[in-house]
Design a protein around this ligand. Sequence first.
Ligand code: AP5
Length: 183
Amino acid sequence: MARRILFLGPPGAGKGTQAQLLADAIGIPHISSGAMLREAVADGTELGKKAESIMAAGDLVPDDLVVAMIEERLAKDDARAGYILDGFPRNVVQAKALQAALGDDAIDAMLLFDVGEDELVDRLLGRAEEGRADDAEETIRRRFDVYRGETEPLIEAYADRVIAVDGTGSVDEVFDRVQGALG
Ligand code: AP5
């Protein structure tokens, strides 16, 4: 089974939910750039202070900051046997930085989650209780635009290792597909 896995898909596609399930099932870390940045904001670190308003607007945090954060995380012992990257790389610049740091086999499979936009909006508006600053409707639209403009080109960049996964249905149904896709 692939053990250096990238989860790609639009906001709300279920990347974080499925990445955590898979990480628990196969014992490799789930590395979420969004979760790490939200933690930095909550802790009031220098990184968090720089990232907070950018994230609240639905834009991307500068590449140099995110690349440094993820490279430090990938250097930890628990990532030696594999990892699930969720939210990074998010554009071509970040993908090139990852390749420069770890080589072409930094990612051996990319799961691409497909969910229609109306359902994505319902999911994101439906988790209001989590209090994410970027889950307001206007910001959700901005996040979709950023995904289309910045992140979708990665589908082409990793075309030789992409596996499409239908992200609709229950969490358990999607997880069955994820496990099936990875063999
Ligand atoms: P990030 O945290 O990566 O947010 P995102 O890509 O917008 O993804 P989400 O977490 O909203 O969705 P998801 O696909 O993980 O779905 P989830 O499982 O949560 O990034 C946030 C921000 O941080 C960015 O906008 C940017 O500012 C910054 N950032 C992050 N990485 C960066 C980078 N590399 N470079 C620069 N900036 C970066 O599920 C969503 C909801 O749906 C949940 O409520 C869940 O319970 C529910 N759900 C999940 N699966 C199902 C299902 N099958 N059926 C029904 N509901 C479901």
